[in-house]
Design a binder for this molecule. Structure first.
Ligand code: 8YV
Length: 313
């Protein structure tokens, strides 16, 4: 039997109880409290477990001289300084492909809720209007409409499959055409927005995609257009989006992610043409347990000198 030394792990974002229970069999877990407390244990810490939307603050990474690995409970790497990690030979892992289908489902959920007036119709029923013999206004169909996908990675492609199942026409914008896909590639995001009835954002948050959905793109999407974002808040110029939603120069937006989560711009709460979620796209028990297992497997592989399962770099 091989011997296992329990290494010290810094936990930056809560994980599901069953994941923590297994993790605790192999590691000494230190939930992050504050920088002062961290300083006391900093030299012991060899590993971090964190969330995609939480990342690792630069001062936390800088405080840990013996950090070897960061296991991310998600696929977004926008809140981790990868250049610094590479420089210090700190390994980073992500939960590759585990949340793909759930995130794509969330994009369709937001889209269908908007188009089929889910919220207003339920309120109509709850208010007793149906029982009183009334009917709500007619909604809008997805059938035959055009759906543009910005960012054609795993999640974008999973959205495409769902949209095609709803008999939508699909095209995508990406830095390069996706090999093996027969769907139309549109090299201009603005042209895609002008073509589309629905624009779904599944781009990674990078310097290049910051505010990529700006006033210009929203104007191209037009007054019957709908915007769906399950990526990161930073890809949208929120002031421009709020202006477009208020003036109805686009029809609506379905948003799972925002700038400045969880204290989002309160202007979003006053709109009747949005469907909002508190960053829930991967938040199912099944997916979060599988993500937790991925974190455990990557950490165990690293400290056993085995190749990482899903390295980010
Ligand atoms: C969650 C995510 O926000 O995959 C990502 O990048 O944003 C999500 O999975 C979170 O990181 C889970 O804790």
């Amino acid at each position: 039997a091989s011997s296992w030394t329990k290494q010290h792990l810094l936990l930056l974002e809560p994980l599901p109880e069953p994941t923590l229970a297994v993790l605790a069999e192999h590691f000494i877990i230190h939930p992050f409290t504050n920088m002062d407390d961290l300083t006391k244990i900093a030299p012991d810490i060899r590993a971090i477990a964190t969330g995609g939307s939480y990342g690792v603050a630069p001062e936390v990474m800088a405080a840990l001289p013996h950090l070897e690995i960061i296991a991310v409970n998600g696929v977004g790497l926008d809140r981790i300084d990868l250049t610094e990690a590479r420089k210090r030979h700190i390994r980073v892992t992500v939960t590759t492909d585990i949340s793909t289908n759930d995130v794509a489902d969330m994009a369709m959920l937001l889209l269908l809720a908007l188009k089929r007036n889910l919220k207003a119709n339920e309120q109509f029923l709850l208010d007793g209007n149906w029982a009183a013999g009334k009917l709500p206004p007619l909604a809008h169909s997805l059938n035959g409409r055009k759906l543009g996908i910005a960012g054609f990675g795993r999640i974008g492609q999973a959205v495409a499959r769902r949209a095609q199942a709803s008999n939508m026409e699909v095209a995508y914008f990406n830095p390069h055409p996706r090999e093996g896909s027969s769907l139309p590639f549109e090299p201009s995001l603005k042209a895609l927005a002008a073509w589309a009835d629905v624009l779904v954002i599944t781009l990674p948050a990078t310097a290049a995609t910051k505010n990529i959905i700006n006033a210009d793109i929203l104007a191209a999407l037009g007054k019957d257009g709908v915007l769906i974002n399950t990526a990161r808040g930073s890809v949208i110029d929120e002031e421009a989006l709020l202006a477009a939603l208020k003036s109805k120069s686009i029809a609506g937006a379905g948003l799972d992610v925002f700038q400045n989560e969880p204290t989002i711009n309160p202007a979003f709460l006053t709109l009747d043409n949005v469907v909002l979620q508190p960053h829930q796209a991967s938040a199912t028990i099944e997916t979060r347990l599988a993500m937790g297992q991925n974190i455990i497997d990557n950490l165990l592989a690293h400290f056993s000198g085995k190749p990482l399962l899903t390295p980010a770099c």
